[in-house]
Ligand binder design. Sequence first.
Ligand code: 4AD
Ligand code: MG
Length: 466
Amino acid sequence: MGKTLRIAQVFRQERALLGKAVSVQGWVRTRRDSKVGVSFVELNDGSCLRNLQVVVATDQPDLALLLPRISNGCSLLVEGTLTASPGREQSVELLATRIHVYGEANPATYPLQKKRHSFEYLRQIGHLRPRTNTLGAVARVRNRLSFAIHQFFQEREFLYIQTPIITASDCEGAGEVFRVTTLKPEDMAGGDGENIYRKDFFGKPTYLTVSGQLQAEIYALALGNVYTFGPTFRSENSNTSRHLAEFWMVEPEMAFCDLDGDLQTAEALIKAMVQVVFSDCAEDLAFFNRFIEPSLAGELQKTLSEPMEVLPYEEAVRILQNSGEAFQFPVSWGSDLQAEHERYLTEKLFKRAVALIHFPRAIKPFYMRVNDDEQTVAAMDILVPRIGEIIGGSQREERLDHLLDQMRLKGIGEEDYRWYIELRQYGSVPHSGFGLGLERLVQYLTGVGNIREAIPFPRTPGHADF
Ligand code: 4AD
Ligand code: MG
């Protein structure tokens, strides 16, 4: 018996394997017994969306004996001969010669039925949901994207930098941080504010990172173009379909680069990710297009073929004010755009990705470069249909005096950011970067409506299973 193949390999090599001995292992999706003395077992091993049809001849006593143990969810090793299938549903099937049941799954209690389950239900059985078509397909796309992100940057000579997960700075300044502490509740009792943290593990307050940007800047200002790609944490209490408390972000940081260069890299990255899903995840994409989001393939095709719309914030505000739409939140210069405004721009007006640039400085973090108008910063938010913001980035303030002004205005203590200031005192250069949320990218490319389906183990307010 040859070595065991993944089912995706069997399909890829099916012509060469016809008539040959093949063995596979996986989990049963369904079993169907026909009257003519055969049972059909649909086997899936997660390597691809398609199941391999296993044909079990019930006139073989040793196989027939096993059949009662074979039901949805049980795990099998199947050895057999690959043959052309007379059925219309599949090109090949495996005529079983030997079956080993690794583990049974009691049909009376197995939580996954053949019918379609709601995503809400599947979230309650997070340990079994990767066995469904949709979550399996999402996992494969997410895997391919993660690798493609590295490929994209490595091919462009960006260095991969691992930035810390435990930090002492709050990059976005939004205060939505998780504290990291080894202090016990009794240590905290009667504590005198921040002083209590002198007794803590690091001798000062520390947090889970909200972004690796500031540390990536350190390396960009020594090595040129770098990127960091890892988990980030935000305690924002927003129970929406686009927010997680733990999510993955890829953050390139480019030295000698202005906002235009930043926009170009971001657009190239998005297009490369769409391209890789078209070329390497075609079967899963077709599934998403059929069962999850019917506009998906057409929309992604447009993303590939059309240039991204670039629009100054000021102009976007004007467009929204004159749109004649009845928005729930009024739009005025100086306010953050709401989801309804983003949707109008991407879904109704432009019908594709839109990059908004040059936001009021008051609504953006301290590190963004102040424009000559002194009112706006060289920021960019890239919005896409269905999701809204998928990328946030900016040119960084590289001028010492402007940076100090910004920090004063935002109430950021110079002592805590001495190192960041020094980077502007010694060999400062124009530099830019952005952050792309992996889960929002996965949502965009698979059509899953809720971000909880775009990550294996979602963390949201009140939920941290496993
Ligand atoms: O716009 P944000 O907050 O930008 C930064 O953190 C910058 N420091 C990035 C940089 O310039 N290096 O976040 C970037 C992206 C968002 O556009 C979004 O895709 C994703 O991160 N994101 C989230 N994804 C899921 N859940 C959340 N709570 C998210 N917050 C941000
Ligand atoms: Mg943002």
